[in-house]
Design a protein around this ligand. Structure first.
Ligand SMILES: [Zn+2]
Length: 105
């Protein structure tokens, strides 16, 4: 029974790793030459920023590791909008994209 449990955990881990690697490969695939892991960010210009809020979680555990408290708070944050340029490291194809990043204040 223990062996089965360990195998289930190993399979779940392998599946999760494969899923994230594949998603990353798709996300950085060059639309021009089609190669995976190709797109890299080469420049980033801040366009604007605005006030917003974000969630910060605090989980309390007891000595055995069980979660005894869950305290999520909304804190002020600032969202930055960037104009980013990604370039393919194989063929040099460039793609512009707007990205938003939220930072806690
Ligand atoms: Zn390319």
């Amino acid at each position: 029974m223990l062996i089965v449990g360990i195998m289930v955990v190993v399979f779940a881990l392998a599946f999760a790793v494969g899923y994230f690697v594949r998603r990353r490969a798709q996300g950085s695939r060059c639309p021009h030459c089609g190669k995976a892991f190709a797109m890299r960010e080469v420049s980033r210009n801040s366009v604007s920023s605005y006030e917003t809020t974000t969630h910060v979680g605090l989980i309390t555990r007891d000595l055995k590791g069980y979660v005894t408290g869950n305290d999520t708070r909304i804190v002020p944050a600032r969202a930055h909008i960037y104009n980013c340029v990604d370039a393919c490291r194989f063929c040099g194809f460039q793609k512009e994209e707007q990205r938003t990043q939220v930072h806690r204040q």
